[in-house]
Design a protein around this ligand. Structure first.
Ligand code: ADP
Ligand code: G6P
Length: 475
């Protein structure tokens, strides 16, 4: 059992643990699945592997004691109130997140935020080293922990270090804006292998090393020399995926199917049920989607109760201004459309600002005739892959933005550019009106792709690339 052993051969570090600690008004403590695609993917990879997961438990203050869950050893890292504000909400989500997502909103730069980022990254690195066995594999995740690879290498030259970026890596023209660009690149270069969602992301990283650090690069490797010797670091694309088997099995359960029918019935059994599922994030293009849908309503090309639109928006980063503003904007737009186009019992847009359990999500996917995935920029978008996975009946239609990682794999989707509102409207109408037989052909092909490239396949590829990364001194 992992708890009886203090050191682990596989240690992962991610800003969040797979579960958040939640204390209710009566002081009652419970654990809830953490939001976002990183946790969805890594939870299924780690289940049964007997590794350690170093991460934050989602609330400020003292860290809970380490504990075991699903054969994983969870090792919580503490963040103070100030660190939540400066490292997590500030530098991670108000500096890096906008820069790494095409500056859809302006990025904020504060030197003291970077100070907190460094301090927290060091704490994570120390927590990793404390549980890593000699020669262990250390797998660091995402933009919140970009300094950790070099910090771990310095403390533990015996371990093998990989880093995976769940979000895009920006073009050098945007990355160069960061006053801390050198420190970030040097932090990442502490890894033996760096994985990205798209080939373009890996290339952006390699170009940044060449242009901003003047390091020699060749193909997908960067060379650097330090006092300890020369090293080659490989950076390549390994697109993430989902637990196809597990989710399909959930969708096939009679209870899930019954719930899907119930959802449709409670909406008046519409001809077309259109669904959106996102964290309430400005990268997701929710406003663009609602604008396009609003125009279709105004032109009477869609109308409730014939067409019903359900938008599920998971609460996210609610203390960051840009997220607060987005919520106000989206809820205002939804209110306006409902005021104008709803009738009693038939709302134009059903808006749900909640998180749901996995079985409810699967039932929603099964119930939906069309899923709208319209991000302005998204590393992958697992929601798109979850939708096709649940459609074992080959039903449904996926509208997919070309600015997602998923677009590079799901070629049979109804592809859209969310900035082109007229084009988006036409694509939504095509997704509604294409004959079922043709839609089934498209869905079948997309399902095959996800089945053959599931999350286990992704993890195996990443770990294999890490194990075979160029050795130190091999330049
Ligand atoms: P991101 O990681 O940016 O949030 P992804 O689409 O890659 O975007 O992953 C989102 C994950 O969160 C998916 O696994 C999805 O099922 C889940 N999710 C999204 N909205 C909800 C919700 N309201 N309730 C429960 N899970 C949700
Ligand atoms: C994306 C990021 C993750 C993050 C998740 C949820 O998936 O890649 O690193 O955990 O969003 O965001 P949050 O800020 O709530 O952790």
């Amino acid at each position: 059992m992992p708890g009886t052993k203090q050191k682990f051969d596989l240690v992962i570090a991610a800003n969040r643990l797979p579960v958040d600690r939640v204390v209710d008004a009566d002081g009652e403590v419970s654990w809830r699945t953490s939001p976002g695609g990183l946790v969805t993917a890594m939870e299924s990879v780690m289940r049964g592997r007997e590794g350690a997961w170093v991460g934050w438990a989602g609330e400020a203050g003292e860290a809970p004691q380490p504990f075991e869950q699903d054969d994983m050893f969870l090792n919580p890292v503490a963040l103070s109130e100030d660190e939540v504000a400066h490292y997590y909400e500030g530098f991670s989500n108000d500096t890096l997140w906008p820069i790494y997502h095409d500056v859809i909103v302006p990025a904020t730069f504060h030197r003291f935020w970077f100070g907190a980022y460094e301090a927290v990254n060091r704490r994570f690195a120390e927590a990793v080293c404390a549980v890593a066995a000699k020669g262990a594999t250390v797998w660091v995740h995402d933009y919140q922990l970009q300094l950790v690879p070099a910090m771990v290498r310095e403390m533990r030259p015996d371990v093998r270090i990989g880093w995976f970026n769940h979000i895009p890596f920006p073009p050098v023209e945007l990355f160069a804006q960061l006053p801390w660009r050198r420190a970030i690149l040097e932090g990442l270069l502490g890894a033996d292998y760096l994985g990205f969602q798209r080939v373009a992301d890996a290339q952006n990283f390699i170009r940044a090393c060449r242009q901003l650090l003047s390091l020699p690069t060749k193909g997908d490797t960067v060379s650097e020399s330090r006092s300890e010797g020369a090293r080659r670091i490989r950076a390549s694309a390994v697109p993430i995926s989902i637990d196809f088997k597990g989710l399909e099995e959930l969708a096939r359960r009679p209870e899930t199917q019954a719930r899907a029918k119930e959802i449709r019935a409670s909406l008046g059994d519409p001809e077309t049920l259109i669904l959106g599922v996102d964290r309430l994030d400005y990268t997701k293009g929710i406003g663009h989607r609602i604008k396009a849908y609003g125009e279709l309503l105004a032109e009477d090309r869609v109308a409730p109760p014939r067409q019903m639109f359900v938008q599920v928006a998971t609460p996210s980063r609610e203390r960051v201004d840009a997220y607060r503003d987005l919520r106000t904007e989206i809820e205002g737009e939804v209110g306006r459309l409902n005021g104008e186009f709803s009738s009693i019992g038939a709302p134009a847009v059903q808006y749900l600002h909640h998180s749901y359990p996995r079985d409810e999500m699967a039932a929603l996917y099964l119930a939906a005739d069309v899923l709208l995935v319209t991000p302005l920029r998204d590393g992958m978008n697992l929601v798109a892959k979850e939708y096709v996975t649940c459609r074992y009946d080959n039903g449904g239609a996926l509208v997919l933005s070309e600015f997602t990682g998923a677009y590079h794999e799901l070629h049979q989707a109804f592809v859209c550019n969310p900035h082109d509102i007229e084009g988006l409207k036409q694509t939504i109408m095509r997704a509604i009106e294409t004959p079922a037989k043709e839609k089934a052909r498209l869905m079948r092909a997309m399902r095959r792709r996800v089945a053959d490239h599931d999350v286990q396949h992704w993890a195996a590829r990443f770990l294999d690339n890490l194990a075979n990364a160029p050795e130190r001194g091999g330049v």
